[in-house]
Design a protein around this ligand. Structure first.
Ligand SMILES: C[S@@+](CC[C@H](N)C(=O)[O-])C[C@H]1O[C@@H](n2cnc3c(N)ncnc32)[C@H](O)[C@@H]1O
Length: 200
């Protein structure tokens, strides 16, 4: 499914446990892979690991330029989630999975990571965890507060043509109201996302 993007990426994803819920589509994966290689982030964080499809895309793209680390967050409701992390970590030690509700884990983890590595900056953050208003809003606000100026904030599933996510749509609309530096994308495989650049 991802071989047209990168054969190594495809091989790794084939080793993962079956996915219990939605995951990054091939068109989004192609975009994310190219976006990471273009912007070359050193530290990336995502909410919503699931079984790690988007994580594999990010890690493989970072590997092509020798880039940094990925911190993935997941509430851990699926048995497959830690198993997938183990498979991925056998190849990429720069994956760190934090288990728990991001409403409680996201802010303290990011503060700890950034305070203990003064040279580190959060360059790219992806929100794809809880799709309810409260969780998506918290994830967006917390990420924005620690993102480096010029860094990118990706809101997944924003105004999907199918797989409608009302909570995400509400939060995306709130966000774009007073942040002009956002773009929306709709992929040909019927997914949407918005990407904001932190302008100051
Ligand atoms: C749509 S899936 C993520 C897909 C993943 N990005 C991929 O490409 O495979 C959403 C994930 O968010 C997790 N999740 C839901 N609510 C959460 C919360 N409050 N905190 C952390 N993770 C949460 C779920 O366990 C699920 O694995």
């Amino acid at each position: 499914m991802y071989a047209h993007i990168d054969t190594e990426l495809n091989e790794l994803i084939q080793k993962l446990p079956e996915t219990p819920e939605g995951y990054i589509t091939p068109d989004q994966a192609e975009f994310l892979y190219a976006f990471v290689r273009l912007t070359r982030p050193q530290l990336v964080a995502e909410t919503g690991f699931n079984v790690g499809h988007s994580a594999c895309v990010i890690l493989r793209a970072m590997e092509t330029y020798g880039g940094g680390s990925l911190i993935s967050f997941d509430i851990g409701k699926y048995e497959a989630t830690p198993k997938a992390a183990e498979v991925i970590r056998a190849k990429y030690e720069n994956l760190h999975l934090i288990t728990g509700d991001t409403k409680h884990t996201l802010a303290p983890t990011l503060v700890q990571v950034l305070n203990s590595n003064p040279a580190a900056t959060l360059d790219l953050a992806i929100v794809d965890g809880g799709h309810d208003v409260e969780t998506a809003r918290t994830d967006m606000i917390v990420f924005e507060s620690v993102l480096r100026p010029g860094g990118y904030l990706w809101l997944d599933d924003f105004e999907n043509p199918v797989c409608v996510a009302i909570g995400v749509n509400i939060v995306g609309r709130e966000f774009v109201t007073n942040r002009p530096h956002g773009l929306r994308f709709t992929t040909s495989d019927n997914r949407g996302m918005a990407i904001f650049q932190k302008s100051f």
